[in-house]
Design a protein around this ligand. Structure first.
Ligand code: NAP
Ligand code: ZN
Ligand code: ZN
Length: 352
């Protein structure tokens, strides 16, 4: 397989900082698109992967799955974009395309396992896939997204993961005008959940741990903010919500949020992966026909639907642009929830 080297930023071990390195990309095949990466968002999953929080990270690891850039080369069979177009790549770069999930445009639930943009199995070059903290990426056109031309490109990048991860449950649970939605945690995913739920016409409440972000949340479109550490405030929203999107990245008590679900309400976990503690009490679930669910990113068609919706409604992420060389400090700030509300790397800094 013909390949070429590109500059990237990655890590060699869970406890090592990210640093400059070279990685290989394949030369475009028939259906491939080569993209010069202009901006890449910084997702909390990048940090979880770099530090092996979930186990299974293969090193060197090059994170980044909120990718936007310019098409620099296309294979002979490509029809989706042409050289010079702007394009996006999210969390997926391949799947089997034939299983029941893939046939339903739910590639994220591919029965044979998805091929993530990073730390996936690179079936072309062998080894692991490398993400968007790099100069260029080569991706099959099925997994490339068209980017709305009217939006700020850097602020579009986070839509490719934070946007679709919150859009998919909003759509699956049929959020519409008048729905009562709550969002737990105001970070990258949380702030997109507020904007997208508002865009769909919902009444939106933010649960945050302190009042530090109240003003921002209201400016982002939230109708109310409830401080989750204040029992009295939590009582005022008992039985209120049709859908709660919980973006908290670490183990936490979900029972207080269940109490705020309406009859038939659902709490969707999108942040934390693993066993819950304290133990989940089923009594309110049974007595109120409530559900606890999970949701993983979104399929390619649904990602395009979300991007088009954002184009029509002028929705983008609130970003702080950083240089590639600032990524280690950005991770530390992310751990302190000191992000307003998504870091986006200007990839020109890697090339300079
Ligand atoms: P983020 O920007 O760091 O935001 C997380 C927010 O959660 C924080 O801003 C904070 O909000 C709140 N929080 C943090 N620690 C908390 C704690 N101990 N208890 C309660 N609240 C806490 O992260 P992100 O990029 O939005 O990602 C969130 C999670 O989603 C990560 O675990 C990521 O891996 C995961 N993720 C999942 C998918 C999926 O497909 N399901 C896709 C992308 C990301 P407040 O300050 O307002 O409390
Ligand atoms: Zn992500
Ligand atoms: Zn499949």
């Amino acid at each position: 397989m013909n390949k070429f080297e590109v500059k990237a930023y990655g890590t060699l071990a869970a406890d090592a900082p990210l640093n400059e390195m070279n990685i290989s990309r394949r030369e475009v095949l028939e259906n491939d698109i080569e993209i010069e990466i202009l901006y890449c968002g910084v997702c909390h999953s990048d940090l979880h992967t770099a530090r092996n929080d979930w186990g299974g990270t293969v090193y060197p690891a090059v994170p980044g799955h909120e990718i936007v850039g310019k098409v620099t080369k296309v294979g002979n069979a490509v029809t989706k974009v042409k050289v010079g177009d702007f394009a996006g790549v999210g969390c997926l770069v391949d799947s089997c395309r034939v299983c029941e999930s893939c046939k339903q445009d739910l590639e994220q639930y591919c029965a044979t396992g998805i091929i993530g943009t990073y730390n996936g199995r690179d079936k072309h070059l062998g080894g692991q896939t490398f993400g968007g903290y790099s100069d260029k990426i080569v991706v099959d056109e099925h997994f490339v997204l068209k980017v709305p031309a009217n939006l700020n490109l850097a602020a579009v990048a986070p839509l490719l993961c934070a946007g679709i991860t919150t859009w998919s449950p909003l759509r699956h649970w049929n959020v519409r005008k008048g729905s009562k939605v709550a969002v737990v945690g105001l970070g990258g995913l949380g702030h997109m959940a507020i904007k997208l739920a508002k865009g769909l016409g919902a009444e939106v409440t933010l649960f945050s741990r302190t009042s530090d972000k109240t003003k921002d949340a209201l400016e982002l479109g939230a109708d109310a903010v409830v401080i989750s550490t204040d029992g009295e405030q939590m009582n005022t929203v008992r039985g209120k919500f049709d859908l709660i999107i919980d973006t908290v990245p670490t183990i936490h008590d979900v029972n207080p949020y269940v109490a705020t679900l309406n009859l038939n309400g659902t709490l969707v976990l999108v942040g934390y992966l693993g066993g819950l503690e304290p133990i989940l009490n089923t009594v309110p679930l049974i007595l109120g026909r409530k559900s606890i669910a999970g949701s993983l990113i979104g399929g390619i068609a649904e990602t395009q639907e979300m991007l088009d919706f954002c184009g029509e409604h002028n929705i983008v992420s609130e970003i702080e642009v950083i240089k590639m060389q600032e990524i280690n400090e950005a991770y530390e700030r992310m751990l302190r929830s000191d992000v307003r509300y998504r870091f986006v790397i200007d990839m020109a800094s890697l090339r300079s």
